[in-house]
Each structure stands twice: as structure tokens, then as C-alpha cells.
Design a protein around this ligand. Structure first.
Ligand code: URA
Length: 263
């Protein structure tokens, strides 16, 4: 668990105490001083992974993500994006998901609806998830950027995030990953790869391989928007093979029909 996430949890717990009892929560000056100068131990993430108890953790994860979402919703770290967005697009899905998909940034549809991957590329991603035998709500979906990249002077189209925008927004995604603790991450496209692994290369070289992100296996595959552009069966098969590898990693059952899609 990262420090801001832990802090959110403490604040929420204090708010609950305030709601539930007639007494205002009290902290001595020494405790407050300790709190303000506290720096989290290196191994906090590993520790939180060990003590996470399934079932109990769900509500805590929901609370932490809610608290984080409230912070993200008022973020103005990129003033040009804050002033042009309709709303931030935080992430969606099961806070206890085994699989977390990471895309690039919200497009116009996502900016309007406040949910990642709801446009054409998103509908294809949903189909891929369903073909894996899952529902969209079983996985978690987020982006490198929480705001739609602005396109000044342009009526249509999207632009990729700048390195500065990515660097500024990335801590939010890292915090989300730390809260959700998925068993597998899937990086959709080059921007997700660059954000999570700091690697830049052609997607044809990168895709189909396992990497590690803070001890979590990470599969690289094409962004669904690429499949919409290409339409070639061979490219669909490549993405599907990447998803079969994800299912195998999670020891999910794979039917003969599933194995043979797009052959
Ligand atoms: N493309 C992305 O990378 N993310 C979205 O949320 C939508 C389209």
C-alpha cells in the first residue's frame, strides 16, 4: 500500500469515528508530529500484500479507491487538461480483480461518460474480455492518463499523452495498482508500455511477452484501437494468443473453441 492510500484510509476511519461517537477523535501533539514526519518503510507494499485478507479487503479497497477518486476528480496538476476535460476518468471494475487492463487515455466518449473504454475501442475490449469467459465487471480497467488529452483547434481526433503529462499522472495509476493488487496486468498499446515499463519500441516487437511490474506479471498486447484499424485476422489472433497466455497464467479453464479462435 502506498502512503497516500494508507493516509486516505486513516482519514476515512477518523471520519467514521467522528460520525459514530459524540466525541471528536483526539490526537496528541506528539502523535500529530510523528504523523507529519512519518516516512513509510520500504517494505510496506510487500507487507500489505501479506496481510490482505480476501473478503475483508474488498470494502477497504472500495473505500481507498473512492477516496482516491475524490482526489483525482479535483486534480489540476495539468492545468490545460483540467480546464478542457468534462470530467476525470478514474477507472472501472472489480477492486479485487485478478486482471487489470491499462490503456492510454480517455477519448471523447470516455470524457463524456466518465468511464474508460466505452467508445469503439472499448466495446472491442469488452468483447475480448467476454471471449475470455469473463464479464467487464470482473476485471479492472484504467488508463495512464485520467484526463482526455486536449486537442486545441481540432474538432475531432485524439492525441497521445506527452511525457510530462504521463509523468504527472502516473502516480495515480501506481496507487490504483497498489490498492487493487491484480494477479496480472495487461498493457494495451505503446503508451501503456512506456508508462508502466519505461520501454519504447515497436508494438510488433513488444507484444506477446511477459514482463514484471513491481512483482506482478505484465503482458503486453496491442491496443484494441489498432485492431479496429487493421481488421486482419492474423492481428486479432495475436491479441487472442496474448489473452490465452493471461488465462493460462491465471490457471483459468480454456475450451477447445477458445483455443482456436481466429485461426
Ligand atoms: N483508449 C484508451 O486507451 N483508453 C480509453 O479509455 C479509451 C480509448
Amino acid at each position: 500500500m502506498q502512503f497516500p492510500a494508507a493516509l486516505d484510509l486513516v482519514i476515512k476511519a477518523l471520519e467514521e469515528v467522528r460520525e459514530m461517537t459524540p466525541h471528536t477523535p483526539f490526537a496528541s501533539r506528539e502523535v500529530l508530529d510523528d504523523f507529519l514526519t512519518y516516512s513509510p518503510p520500504e517494505n510496506l507494499t510487500a507487507l500489505s500484500r501479506q496481510v490482505s485478507i480476501r473478503g475483508k479487503i474488498d470494502q477497504r479497497k472500495i473505500d481507498m479507491l473512492d477516496a482516491m477518486n475524490a482526489r483525482v476528480a479535483v486534480c489540476t496538476k495539468c492545468p490545460h487538461l483540467a480546464s478542457t476535460r468534462t470530467q476525470t476518468v478514474f477507472g472501472v471494475g472489480n477492486p479485487d480483480a485478478d486482471i487489470m487492463f491499462v490503456g492510454e487515455a480517455p477519448g471523447a466518449d470516455e470524457d463524456r461518460q466518465g468511464e474508460p473504454f466505452v467508445g469503439r475501442a472499448g466495446q472491442l475490449l469488452t468483447k475480448i474480455i467476454e471471449t475470455m469467459g469473463l464479464k467487464r465487471g470482473d476485471v479492472y480497467i484504467a488508463n495512464i492518463l485520467k484526463c482526455r488529452p486536449d486537442t486545441p483547434g481540432q474538432q475531432f481526433g485524439n492525441r497521445p499523452p506527452t511525457p510530462d503529462e504521463m509523468k504527472t499522472c502516473l502516480p495515480y495509476l501506481l496507487e490504483q495498482i497498489d490498492i487493487i493488487q491484480p494477479k496480472v496486468l495487461v498493457a494495451l498499446g505503446a503508451t501503456a508500455v512506456e508508462g508502466l515499463l519505461g520501454m519504447r519500441s515497436s508494438m510488433s516487437r513488444l507484444r506477446g511477452a511477459w514482463h514484471e511490474f513491481n512483482d506482478t506479471p505484465l503482458m503486453i498486447t496491442y491496443h484494441p484501437a489498432y485492431l479496429l484499424r487493421s481488421q486482419a485476422l492474423s492481428e486479432k489472433r495475436k491479441v487472442w494468443e496474448d489473452m490465452l497466455a493471461v488465462m493460462e497464467k491465471l490457471e483459468r479453464p480454456i475450451s477447445e473453441k477458445q483455443r482456436n479462435y481466429f485461426l
